[in-house]
Design a protein around this ligand. Structure first.
Ligand code: SF4
Ligand code: SF4
Ligand code: SF4
Length: 377
């Protein structure tokens, strides 16, 4: 019953807001509230099937091998986009606000957008389910079904907040034959559970694309922190992690996020200032790298303009190799020794993940890094 989900998950502070239960409910009575911040019931739940609680990521967190934090992969490479639209696109390009914002909210490397656009243009997929942007607050993510290049580009750029992406998965698989899902580990795991349960999801989701995630920010908590700094939340345009903010100081304590407001001002926030805004529900999440995907695309471990891509399936290897051969993507081996700014990337990794997790995770990562002889990160 919905009341069980409400009591045991939502009101218990365990909902990671993945949106999976909305797509899972056979009666279609679960939905997002108008802010996209809470799962609500829109009708009487008569079936009492308990699917929503059984599938729930908050109640049954992802289990992965803690000794293999990057999961299984065939190959790890650095990739960047060579597609002009995708690499140069900024959300602000088409907005009537200060041009000085043009270089902000750009995709880090354009890799995910480029791959989605290519898949759409080649008719290998009919749509992509992504974390889009809310019209009324573009810095906030909102689940979206992208069917065109522009819709892919509109969604691009990091939005480091909880997003109930899977809430639109049912719509996507009902309307389209071939769907690419771009999600954080919780979205991927939620969709895998849906695919196990329902044929529609199993048959329609043809590309699984992961974005590694260690933690995200909570909208309300960050808004409160920002207001405390004298920033009017109504004027926020962008929020993103940034290793450039405190560039001259590389240790973790000096990294942060930035908020950009409508007047074009960039407001850096120190880790100590935004730490309290991190989503507490994420503490039980153990999948960092989105293991159960065709490939995962991370900014960690790659220099500016590039992404680290963990290629996990033959299908992904073929796709990325083909796109590289066609000069749509640029691909090169990921070699830790060739990364110039190691201190920054190590600190980045710690900031977004390790600092937000229990101590034991910190030692696990150190072990994993050493084990892999620091080849990949
Ligand atoms: S019908 Fe099933 S999945 Fe939907 S709210 Fe009721 S118990 Fe949950
Ligand atoms: S399935 Fe996801 S969105 Fe639904 S209640 Fe559980 S954690 Fe929240
Ligand atoms: S840490 Fe990231 S992947 Fe895990 S539940 Fe939170 S948002 Fe989802």
């Amino acid at each position: 019953m919905y009341k069980d989900l409400e009591r045991d998950v939502i009101n218990a502070g365990k909902c990671v807001l993945c949106g999976t239960c909305v797509s899972a409910c056979p009666e279609g009575v679960l939905a997002l509230d108008k802010w996209g911040r809470r799962i609500v019931s829109t009708g009487k739940c008569r079936m009492d099937c308990n699917i929503c609680t059984e599938i729930c990521l908050g109640l049954h967190p992802i289990e992965v091998d803690p000794n293999e934090i990057f999961g299984d992969f065939k190959e790890v490479v650095q990739v960047r986009s060579l597609m002009d639209d995708a690499k140069d696109y900024s959300y602000f390009k088409y907005q009537a606000i200060s041009r000085s914002l043009g270089t902000l909210a750009k995709p880090k490397s354009g890799v995910v957008s480029t791959i989605l656009i290519h898949l759409l243009e080649q008719q290998l997929i009919d749509c992509a389910v992504v974390a889009g942007r809310r019209q009324d607050a573009p810095w906030r993510p909102s689940p979206a079904i992208a069917t065109t290049k522009f819709e892919v580009l509109y969604a691009c750029g990091t939005k480091p907040f909880q997003c109930p992406t899977n809430a639109v998965l049912f719509d996507a698989v009902s309307k389209f034959k071939s769907v690419a899902l771009v999600g954080l580990p919780c979205h991927i795991e939620g969709a895998r559970r849906l695919a196990q349960m329902y044929k529609e999801f199993r048959e329609a989701i043809t590309y699984w694309i992961g974005i590694p995630c260690g933690n995200v920010l909570n909208h309300d908590l960050l808004t409160k922190e920002a207001a405390g700094m004298g920033i009017d939340p109504e004027t926020i345009m962008v929020v993103d992690f940034d290793n450039e903010v405190f560039k001259e100081k590389t240790p973790i304590e000096n990294l942060g996020i930035y908020i950009v407001t409508k007047d074009g001002k960039k407001h850096p926030m120190h880790l100590n200032e935004f730490k309290a805004s991190m989503a507490k529900e994420c503490i039980s999440c153990k999948d960092f790298s989105a293991e159960h995907t065709d490939f995962s695309v991370a900014t960690l471990g790659a220099p500016t303009g590039w992404s680290t891509v963990f290629i996990r399936t033959g299908k992904a290897k073929e796709l990325i190799t083909k796109m590289a051969n066609q000069a749509i993507l640029n691909k090169r081996p990921q070699e830790y020794e060739k990364i110039e700014d190691k201190a920054t990337l190590e600190a980045q990794a710690e900031m977004v993940w390790l600092k937000s997790q229990p101590k034991t995770w910190m030692s696990l990562v150190t072990t994993a890094l050493n084990k892999r002889n620091r080849l990949y990160y």
